[in-house]
Design a protein around this ligand. Structure first.
Ligand SMILES: [Zn+2]
Length: 259
């Protein structure tokens, strides 16, 4: 029976048949993986504690005709501090949900693995009770970095039509194609894009910051709640165009949990 070995992060884990669990992982060398952990739902199962979502593990997976089996799972880092705090759990959990929905089996990218590790690390360093707006902004930063990595991030620097730089005055984010138009050009595009989102210069600057800067700097950022909300909304709009298998829980879940 062929085996594959990898270091992976547990994205999801759910009951499968009577005593088993299905584990969804993202591996450095193999990308998205799915394997069944036999007997992991039994109380005495040794592996159960190693395949908890957000853990980083070393795995040996036996390739099967019907499904793959998790033969060995060895814990590298449990990231337990995240599961003990609601704010961190809401942020990391809803990002993992989005992450999985944007992956396809066979896409391998160590940069995406790094992004997951960064999200886990900032999740662990979050204050006990981040505001819903702060957690949503961090989530938006993570979503933008993810979209950037897979080539779906919106073009935020210049107008799609005249190619001039945008950001000095209001710009418009066009739904469906992830681009931005300057106010002048948008007058001619309004009929084709009646649902475009207006982005004030502050929101556009914030979006660029979220995309570019490490999470630690996003955590320290100060701006008005309205600017935070505008940037987060623009990310939600962008995600509506992404090829998602299902709509992610995303920022709405964070609001519901933390407001
Ligand atoms: Zn223009």
């Amino acid at each position: 029976m062929p085996y594959l070995r990898d270091r992976a992060i547990v994205l999801r884990n759910e009951p499968f048949k009577e005593h088993d669990r299905k584990v969804v992982l993202f591996g450095i060398e193999h990308g998205l993986l799915e394997a069944v952990a036999r007997g992991a739902s039994r109380k005495e199962a040794k592996q159960a504690g190693h395949i908890v979502p957000m853990s980083e593990i070393e795995v040996l997976i036996a390739k099967g005709a019907v499904y793959d089996k998790l033969a060995v799972a060895r814990l590298v880092e449990q990231h337990r501090a995240i599961r003990d705090r609601l704010g961190a759990l809401a942020f990391v959990g809803s990002f993992f949900d989005l992450f999985e929905r944007l992956q396809r089996p066979g896409i391998v990218d160590p940069g995406l693995y790094e992004l997951l590790l960064d999200v886990l690390s900032i999740g662990e360093s979050l204050p006990d009770e981040p505001s819903a707006e702060r957690a949503r902004l961090l989530w938006s930063a993570a979503a933008l970095k993810l979209l950037d990595r897979i080539g779906l991030a919106p073009a935020l620097s210049h107008c799609v039509s005249c190619r001039e730089n945008v950001g000095e005055s209001d710009a418009w984010m066009l739904p469906f194609d992830g681009t931005v138009a300057c106010a002048d050009c948008y007058r001619g595009l309004r009929t084709a894009h009646p649902n475009a989102t207006c982005l004030a210069p502050t929101a556009l600057t914030l979006l660029r910051f979220l995309r570019r800067e490490p999470f630690g700097r996003v955590l320290l950022l100060t701006a008005s709640t309205d600017v935070f909300a505008a940037a987060s909304h623009a990310v939600s709009v962008t995600l509506q165009q992404a090829p998602l298998s299902k709509e992610p829980h995303g920022s709405e879940t964070i609001f519901a949990l933390l407001s």
